[in-house]
Ligand binder design. Structure first.
Ligand SMILES: [Mn+2]
Length: 508
C-alpha cells in the first residue's frame, strides 16, 4: 500500500497492519497445556474438591488482581464447590506479596490449599511459612521471574517460566487465571461462563498489557460479544451506564468499569469492588455508590493536579523541568503521575519534589535520550537513597541538600541531554486533512480496537486546522481553544471516537 492512498490505508501502512491480522478469534488461542505445570495444578485443585478441603485464593488489590480472583472463585462456585474463599491484601497496610496478615488468616481458617493469582512469583518466605503449616501453595502469576529463583511452591503457572512453551508471554494476571479455568472447564467438561472473558478484558486493559496477540483476541472477543454476557454485575453496570452500541462504546464501557473497580481497598482481606461484583442483593447498589464516589474523588483530585500543571508549564522554556511542591498542591501519591504529565507535555526530563515524612522526596520522569537513574547516580552524594528505571526513578534527600543537588543535576543534564527538536519528539501515524476524518472512516478503523500499549489510538498530523473547522460535530479536548478562529495551523491530534479529538500539540 502506498502512502498516498486513503487515510485508512495510510494508517494501516504506517502501522504495518493487514486487515487479516486483525481478524483472529478465540479459536486461535493456543492450547493451555503449553503452560508448564497446568496438569499438576489442575490435578491438585481436583483433589481438593474431591476431598472437600478448604482452599483460599490470594489476590491483589488492583483491577487485574480483583478480576483474577473473581473468575477463579466464580468458576469453582459454578462447579458447586463451597469451601473456597478469597483474600485481597491492602497495599496501604502490608507490602506486596504473602505477608504476616495473610499467613495468620490461613492459620485461623485452617486452609489446606492457597492459590495465588496475579502475584506470588517472588513470595519466597511466604510460601515457606505456608508450607510449614502444612498448606500447599499453587502460584499463578504473570510477573517477571528472578533468574534461578522460584518460590518452593507445589506448582507454578506463569507463561514466563523457562519450561513454559506457551507462545505468548505478555498475558495479564487475569489472562493466566483465565487459561487455567479454560483448561479446567475442558478437562472437567464443565461449561465456562462467557462473563469470564468480560472480566479478563477488564483486568487486562487495566494492567496495560500490550494489546496485541492473545490479549487483543480476548478483549476483542468481548467488544464483539457483549450480548452473550449475562453476568448480573455486567447487567447492573450497563443499566447505570449510557448507551452502548458501537465497538467504541463497548471499549469505553470496559475502560470505565476498570476504573470503577480500581477503588475499594479495605482491611482484613476484603475489597469493596469484589464484594460489589459478588453481591446479589440490594446491597449491590450501595457498594456501587461507594465505588463511584471513590472513583469521582480520585478523578477530581487528578484533574485538579493536571489543571494546575497545565498552568504551571504554560510558556515554559528550558531543557528540564523542576517543581518543588512546598505549597502541598500535589499529593505524594501523585508525584510520579505529575512528572509524567509534564514529560508528555514538554518532552523534557522532569523532576517533582516535596516534603514527605521528614525528608524531601522526588519523582523523576523522562523520555528517550536521557537516563534518570544515571543522573541520580551522578548526584548520589546529595541523596539519602534512590532507585528506579531509566525513564522513571525517585529519591529521598535531606531538605538542606536541595540547592547542591539541583546544581549537580543541572550540570549533569546540560552535559548529557540535548533538547530534541520538536519533530523528533512527536510521533504520529500519518498526515491528513480534517475533511478526511469522517464518522464512516472511524467505523472502518474500529477493526483496530481495542486500543492499548503497542496499539494506541490513531495519532495524526492534521494540516491547516483552524477552530472554525471543528465547530459542528467535533468534540475537542486539550488545546482546542488555542486554535485560532481562522488562521490555519498544523497540529498533532489523537482521534478518540467518531467525533472526538484530543489535540496534543499545535505546531509552530
Ligand atoms: Mn497484574
Amino acid at each position: 500500500m502506498v502512502a498516498d492512498g486513503s487515510l485508512f490505508e495510510r494508517i494501516f501502512h504506517a502501522r504495518n497492519l493487514k486487515q487479516e491480522d486483525l481478524e483472529s478469534s478465540l479459536e486461535d488461542l493456543p492450547d493451555e497445556r503449553l503452560l508448564a505445570n497446568i496438569d499438576k495444578v489442575a490435578e491438585r485443585i481436583r483433589e481438593a474438591i474431591y476431598n472437600n478441603e478448604s482452599m483460599i485464593i490470594f489476590g491483589h488489590d488492583d483491577p487485574d488482581g480483583i478480576t483474577s480472583t473473581y473468575i477463579l472463585y466464580e468458576f469453582l462456585n459454578s462447579c458447586g464447590y463451597q469451601r473456597h474463599s478469597y483474600y485481597i491484601p491492602n497495599r496501604n497496610i502490608e507490602s506486596h506479596g504473602i505477608q504476616a496478615g495473610f499467613i495468620e488468616h490461613v492459620r485461623n481458617g485452617g486452609y489446606k490449599l492457597v492459590i495465588t493469582v496475579d502475584n506470588g512469583i517472588s513470595a519466597f518466605d511466604g510460601v515457606e511459612k505456608l508450607n510449614e503449616m502444612g498448606c500447599d501453595v499453587i502460584i499463578t502469576d504473570h510477573h517477571l521471574i528472578q533468574p534461578d529463583m522460584l518460590p518452593n511452591a507445589y506448582a507454578i503457572l506463569n507463561p514466563l517460566l523457562p519450561a513454559s512453551e506457551y507462545p505468548f508471554k505478555a498475558l495479564a494476571g487475569v489472562g493466566v487465571a483465565l487459561m487455567l479455568i479454560r483448561y479446567l472447564s475442558r478437562v472437567w467438561e464443565h461449561p465456562l461462563d462467557p462473563a469470564a472473558y468480560f472480566w479478563t478484558a477488564i483486568g487486562s486493559l487495566a494492567d496495560k498489557v500490550p494489546m496485541i496477540g492473545i490479549n487483543r483476541i480476548l478483549v476483542r472477543h468481548v467488544l464483539l460479544n457483549l450480548d452473550a454476557v449475562s453476568d448480573q454485575t455486567v447487567q447492573f453496570l450497563l443499566r447505570n451506564y449510557s448507551r452502548v452500541s458501537s465497538p467504541t462504546d463497548v471499549f469505553n464501557f470496559l475502560t470505565y468499569t476498570s476504573r470503577l473497580i480500581a477503588n475499594g481497598r479495605e482491611e482484613g482481606g476484603q475489597h469493596t469492588a469484589l464484594r460489589f461484583i459478588l453481591q446479589l442483593s440490594d446491597a449491590k447498589a450501595r457498594l456501587f455508590e461507594s465505588l463511584e464516589e471513590q472513583k469521582n474523588r480520585w478523578e477530581s483530585e487528578l484533574n485538579r493536579v493536571f489543571n494546575f500543571l497545565e498552568t504551571l508549564s504554560e510558556d515554559f522554556v528550558g531543557n528540564f523541568f523542576v517543581y518543588f511542591d512546598d505549597e502541598g498542591v500535589i499529593p505524594y501519591s501523585l508525584l510520579g503521575t505529575a512528572s509524567t504529565f509534564i514529560v508528555n507535555r514538554l518532552g523534557i526530563p522532569t523532576i517533582m519534589l516535596k516534603h514527605h515524612n521528614g525528608s524531601t522526596v522526588c519523582e523523576g520522569r523522562c523520555g528517550e535520550g536521557f537516563n534518570m537513574v544515571e543522573a541520580f547516580t551522578h548526584c548520589k552524594d546529595h541523596l539519602i537513597q534512590f532507585g528506579g528505571h531509566a525513564k522513571a526513578a525517585g529519591f529521598s534527600m535531606q531538605t538542606s541538600s536541595y540547592d547542591s543537588f539541583l546544581e549537580c543535576f543541572a550540570d549533569y543534564l546540560s552535559a548529557n541531554f540535548k533538547a530534541p527538536n520538536e519533530e523528533d519528539v512527536i510521533h504520529y501515524d500519518t498526515e491528513c486533512r480534517i475533511e478526511e476524518m469522517s464518522p464512516e472512516l472511524w467505523q472502518k478503523l474500529e477493526i483496530m480496537l481495542p486500543w492499548g500499549q503497542k496499539n494506541p489510538e490513531p495519532t495524526l498530523k492534521i494540516r491547516g486546522l483552524k477552530a472554525g473547522d471543528l465547530t459542528g460535530n467535533w468534540s475537542v479536548d486539550n488545546g482546542g481553544l488555542l486554535l485560532s478562529r481562522d488562521q490555519e495551523r498544523d497540529c498533532i491530534a489523537t482521534w478518540r471516537s467518531a467525533n472526538q479529538l484530543r489535540i496534543q500539540r499545535i505546531l509552530e
